[in-house]
Design a binder for this molecule. Structure first.
Ligand SMILES: *Cc1c(COP(=O)(O)O)cnc(C)c1O
Ligand SMILES: [Zn+2]
Length: 418
């Protein structure tokens, strides 16, 4: 057994260190779960094991296994997460006058980039002999955990706000999980899941408190570094809820630059809805923060983000910034992305596109700069939200006349044949 590439778990607040073989969620020196831990690696050991150079396809995130905090003896619990395409999207880019690419992470196995982290969590939980996994979630992390628990043969009990979109409440039940729909917000579901973790000793996947979770999210950064070696973007754009994702990606990008696999790092642009803007507010030093989330982008409807500190560090270290967009902007971005490039994102997945528009207007992103937007979730989980933007279908009788009402009378000489 070897977890010898993980040196220590270090508290982001006080610098205290902990043994990575123990299950420690947060530093006990601070109130609640404030003392979030950072996984520190011995990169000599990591690099010895990372025999693959960056050459070759990215079949899944396990290409970067040497960088993941799992025991060398552990068999991954995997559904082939990661390895998502980086698409050129010239038609969408022309809307903003930037050189735009989209990393389509909604194509992960459960429809969300969170599978990257869940795969690591399920691998660690199974290897440690744990039988029950849990988390609180706005919906996607729960669905993801349920899928990977099924894959690993573990019991899964998850806490979601009862207001989560129907698709996200059904999906985990198909995977056989118990879904406890909490009469309250995500923040209340989160607190309940922590109480439950303490009381029952189940393995908790929550990305902010489980220090290993964010490590799986790093692989989106590893892949981006790998895929953009010859064309490093000026900006990488994410939506932010708890802030773990943007922080994880930044850690991946930064470590690949520090290890010399790539020459440079992009700046991170973090996007939040106006109704759930706590990280944005903290980054810009506003202190009259409203901790009640109100946005249709349910995946980032977080009032009290758990990972503000790591997210703000990512923005700052990368020379990036944070901005907010309205729900109307997000819906418009969702349909624009679909209409111009055939990519169907959920609202939180489309928010980066709305953010690019704002950033261009505000002079944050200059014309012709290169930008990668990471689309984090698939739209099919929440069709009710998108329906607000696209309206109803065109209703017709099964007759040509009704079609003619729409498109005019058919011309029999037109390019024909069935
Ligand atoms: C969870 C989630 C996010 C935000 O990730 P955080 O780590 O909470 O900042 C963004 N988009 C989608 C689709 C998500 O599910
Ligand atoms: Zn501490």
């Amino acid at each position: 057994m070897a977890l010898d590439h993980v040196e220590t778990l270090e508290c982001t607040l006080c610098g205290a260190t902990y043994d990575p073989e123990q299950v420690v969620y947060t530093c006990p020196e601070h109130d609640g779960v404030a003392g979030i831990l950072e996984v520190v690696y011995d990169y000599d050991v990591v690099q010895d094991r990372f025999d693959a150079s960056l050459d070759g396809d990215i079949r899944s995130q396990w290409k970067y296994r040497a960088f993941l905090p799992v025991d060398t003896e552990a068999t991954p619990v995997t559904l082939d997460e990661g390895g998502t395409d980086l698409l050129d999207v010239p038609r969408l880019g022309a809307e903003f006058d930037v050189d735009l690419r989209v990393k389509n992470d909604g194509l992960n196995p459960t429809g969300c980039f969170k599978d990257r982290a869940t795969s690591v969590a399920a691998t660690k939980a199974r290897f440690a002999g744990r039988n029950v996994v849990t988390c609180a979630s706005t919906g996607n992390a729960a669905a993801s955990l349920a899928g990977y628990a099924a894959r690993a043969g573990l019991d899964c009990r998850i806490f979601v706000p009862e207001s989560a979109p129907e698709g996200k409440l059904v999906q985990p039940r198909v995977y056989g999980a118990d879904v406890l729909a909490v009469a309250g917000s995500y923040d209340e579901a989160y607190d309940l899941s922590l109480d439950v973790t303490n009381a029952y000793g189940w393995y908790n996947r929550n990305a902010a408190i489980n220090p290993f979770q964010i490590e799986g999210k790093r692989t989106v950064g590893h892949e981006l570094a790998d895929q953009t070696r010859d064309s490093i973007p000026d900006w990488v754009v994410f939506s932010m809820g708890d802030g773990c994702t943007i922080a994880g990606c930044w850690k991946g990008l930064r470590e690949f630059a520090e290890l010399g696999y790539v020459d440079d790092t992009p700046s991170m642009l973090g996007v939040q809805p106006e109704g759930a803007s706590a990280i944005h507010d903290a980054f810009h030093g506003h202190d009259d923060v409203d901790d009640v989330a109100d946005t249709l982008a349910d995946a980032v409807a977080v009032g009290r983000p758990r990972n503000t500190l790591k997210a703000c560090r990512a923005l700052e270290e990368s020379g990036g910034t944070a901005l907010t967009v309205s729900d109307d902007d997000i819906l418009a971005a969702e349909t624009l992305l679909g209409r111009t490039e055939g990519i169907y994102a959920e609202p939180a997945g489309a928010a980066p596109i709305a953010g690019i528009r704002r950033a261009r207007e505000a002079g944050i992103i200059d014309p012709d700069e290169s930008v990668v937007a990471v689309v984090t979730g698939l739209g099919l989980k929440d069709t009710a939200g998108a329906k607000r933007a696209v309206g109803d279908v065109i209703r017709v009788q099964p007759s040509l006349e009704d079609v003619a009402d729409q498109y005019g009378t058919a011309n029999p000489d037109a390019e024909s044949s069935i």
